[in-house]
Write a new protein. Sequence first.
Length: 424
Amino acid sequence: MEKWNLFLEEIRKNIGDQDFVHWFSPIQLNSVEESKIILTVPNETFKEVLQESFFNVLSNQVKKIYGQDFKVEIFSLEEKADSKTKWQSFLNPNYTFQNFVVGECNQFAHAAAKAVANSPAKAYNPLYIYGSTGLGKTHLMQAIGNFCAGKNKMKVLYVSVETFYTDLVNSLQNQKLIEFRNRYRKADILLLDDLQFLTGKKTTQDELFHLFNSLYESNKQLVLASDHLPKDINGLQERLRSRFEGGLLADIQPPDLEMKVAILKKKAEMDNTYLPEDVALFIARNVRSNIRDLEGNFLRVKAFASFTNQPITLSLCQKALSDLKEITNGYLTPKEILKTVAHYYGIKVQDLKSKSSAKTYAFPRQVCMWILKKVTDLSYPEIGKLFGNKHHSTVIYSVEKIEEMREKSLELKKALEELLEQFH
Ligand code: ADP
Ligand code: MG
């Protein structure tokens, strides 16, 4: 919400009070997705004016406040009410089975999704996909949607819990609950994403419970995704938990190196980019285990090559990605981690690397080793090298010592949490 206010404020500064009050104050933030924000406006006229007269200011500000790859999508309430004639699925057309790379880590979920796509409401209902963020849950669930919407012309509806929640709140405010219910109940396939956001939303859970029953009983398919198992979603109602667990639970695990390389190759093939083997390996090694970050880094390399008018080579890639690490906090280099820890304890990076066993230096050094082990892929010997070639047994000892102390000292636990927060 803070970002949204900032966004509005920047726009107001840009276009002046009068236009702002007239055209922007009636806008509602519908939802913030992965790479777009969705806005709702009262009617089609608003939508046209915004798209025609304020498009530049909107897209510039959204990039500035939400991120370079963000776009704005505008819906009018009229358009929503018109859903009788036009069915909106909210699917990303790129999220298909063809574009989904299958490996050991996602084989099971993929097979389950295929089975569901081939016989909706007959194979597994609901299908519940779970796994950490950025591993392909949304892609896979939308692949089911794209397949069924295309092949059988089924009414597919994709919605994240956050959007569902906003939609519900708006409907309650505008006394449009009946329309809200009808809209969701008309779906042949409901894809409900990010269930972890159900925490603490009682009305939403109640509404979802009835929607679930209604769809399930009329033989409609439900596909659910979350980064937690139903039993691990805080405050999830028992009756929802048992329904979510009533079908098939399928997990997606982080990809290994080989899989990461395969995904990069697939992405390169999709947009006809030549991607040398060593570059693919470099990018794959640099990303911990998140496919979204993997893609982000690849995009960055491609953009860098195109801006500088150079072919994609290993040295270009190293340059492109070293820049990235300076700008974003997505993946930090060991160098930056050392800098942050040193700063936290008020010492110099040199002190961390030194041989001094004075407690003022030795303790932060051990903490830093523990953090490196925690947030990077580096091996013990590799970590040792960063600290003036310390032997790997020293690193192991330090990591274990901090781990042990952490359990006993609340103060250290808190310090570590504060530090870790800066690395995510
Ligand atoms: P999640 O919903 O689990 O957070 P997403 O489905 O949004 O993750 O995936 C993040 C990005 O990674 C998407 O752009 C998606 O296309 C891509 N991706 C994930 N898994 C695969 C895969 N197995 N093959 C190809 N692309 C993938
Ligand atoms: Mg997702």
